[in-house]
Write a protein that binds this ligand. Structure first.
Ligand SMILES: [Zn+2]
Length: 468
């Protein structure tokens, strides 16, 4: 063949065959079914992550550890082929989605109303990925820092008219034979909080699955069959910043990266390949609460899980890794030219816990400005000015009320005071309509278009895994 013809074919063939997703190592992998097909898919979701959250965590890591976040490092990687896109996350009922509708758009491939899980208008049920993949012999794992039946894992697995139906959702995990579950317990997996008293841990163990409840137990179970249920907190897993600074929590509760590592170790032995969803679920909670340290360290914990997924992909190139978020939330970030960076990061690095756990709950009732300053300094090693303490004292005795209704809760007023200190502020306390960041690498990633509709990922996962 003449060189010119070869070049022509070389340029045309991948597009004609739909092989835009050729990735590093794919051709050399004996287990790749065919080009653009993946044995495994790891789908990572930072719940409620605005663009400012991604930026903040990356800039902080560059300051603290002199390295970018794993997420941003993907964009700087010259070896790895990476697809970057914006995604429209609109739901069936709003431009601003909630996590149930968002997860359903990926899990069931349809836009449903906020609050619903794969149930459309007229009650039509959309079969979720977990059911389709299990029926096709693929393993399915769900790892999250929220309770296991929370909206994001549920959207991949369940059909429910309301995301609050924890018992029904847990039952559907069982019926659909989800292979591995690691996260917080919540009402669905707690027999004492279920009307029928059903004990899923017992059912799981009776069926020959393993059940773990502590970090130590989990880390000791790297080897073994895939069937694993881990329940590490009564509800959601504590904020990472609280876990890091509490020796008991640190001993008892695994990090998201640790859960991800064990999940991958257990699932990688599955014959037909696996789908693993990993959710940094409390980035969203921190954003609702305008809680800077909770937001930062949960986003970093999520980013560490991305690192684990990419390490796995280096060893198993027939793995598609998708990294995204389901919606923005409160759009946080540094503002004003007074921000130096290092000066702010230095103060932030000394904060020893979340505002939610150490300040917000404590602030109710009358507190003097002096008490408030002391509390910030003692509990968190974070000094605030007398003026800012006065503002909080006035709010606590109901003498001060922000104009914007959504900013009137205590956590938001604390967020505004912290913005006075650090020039790090928030536009509200709710989800946003922003198009979201979508990143993918590995076989199939090249099929993602630069501007993607949320529902397209459903077909992409199935097609890439070769499930009809
Ligand atoms: Zn939310």
């Amino acid at each position: 063949m003449r060189r010119r013809e070869f070049l022509k074919l070389g340029a045309a063939a991948p597009a004609a065959l739909g092989l835009g997703g050729l990735a590093r190592g794919e051709e050399s992998s004996p287990s790749a079914r065919s080009a653009g097909q993946a044995r495994n898919v790891i789908f990572l979701v930072s719940d409620g992550m605005s663009q400012g959250t991604l930026t903040f965590a990356d800039q902080y890591l560059r300051w603290r550890d002199q390295r970018p976040s794993h997420w941003m490092a993907l964009y700087e990687d010259r070896e790895r082929r990476v697809t970057r896109a914006l995604m429209d996350m609109s739901s069936g009922s709003s431009m601003v989605t909630d996590s149930a509708a968002a997860s359903s758009s990926w899990g069931g491939g349809h836009r449903v109303d906020n609050g619903r899980l794969n149930v459309g208008h007229g009650g039509v049920e959309h079969e979720p990925l977990a059911a389709k993949l299990r029926a096709a012999g693929r393993a399915v794992g769900l790892v999250t820092t929220t309770s296991l039946t929370d909206a994001t894992p549920a959207g991949f697995t369940a059909n429910a008219r309301s995301r609050r139906e924890d018992a029904l959702i847990a039952d559907q995990y069982l019926e659909r034979d989800v292979t591995l579950l690691l996260g917080g317990t919540g009402a669905g997996f707690d027999p004492e909080r279920r009307e029928d008293g059903r004990d899923h841990s017992k059912i799981w163990a009776d069926a020959g699955g393993e059940v773990v409840r502590t970090r130590e137990d989990l880390l000791a179970r790297e080897d073994g069959p895939a069937k694993l249920l881990g329940l590490f907190a009564p509800d959601h897993i504590p904020y990472e910043v609280d876990r890091l600074h509490d020796p008991d929590l640190r001993r008892e509760v695994p990090s998201l990266a640790e859960m991800t590592r064990i999940a991958l170790a257990r699932l990688s032995g599955q014959e037909g390949g696996f789908f693993l969803m990993v959710e940094g679920g409390r980035v969203d909670h921190a954003a609702h609460a305008n809680d800077l340290p909770a937001l930062l360290f949960d986003q970093i914990a999520f980013d560490d899980a991305i690192g684990v997924a990419l390490d796995f992909q280096n060893r198993h190139p027939d793995t598609l890794v998708i990294v995204t978020t389901d919606h923005g939330n409160a759009n946080p970030g540094f503002q004003s030219g007074d921000v130096h960076g290092a000066r702010q990061f230095e103060r932030i690095s000394r904060i020893r816990g979340s505002f939610t756990e150490h300040i917000t709950r404590w602030l109710g009732g009358n507190r003097s400005a002096g008490e408030i300053r002391e509390r910030f300094a003692d509990a968190l090693d974070f000094e605030i000015s007398g003026d800012n303490a006065e503002l909080l004292a006035a709010f606590a005795r109901r003498d001060y009320r922000p104009a914007y209704r959504r900013m009137r809760r205590a956590s938001a007023v604390i967020g505004q005071v912290v913005a006075n200190e650090l020039d790090f502020s928030w536009i509200g306390t709710a989800h946003s309509a922003d198009y979201v960041e979508l990143t993918a690498t590995g076989p199939g990633a090249g099929r993602i278009r630069p501007f993607t509709r949320n529902t397209e990922l459903h077909g992409l996962v199935l097609e890439t895994m070769g499930v009809g």
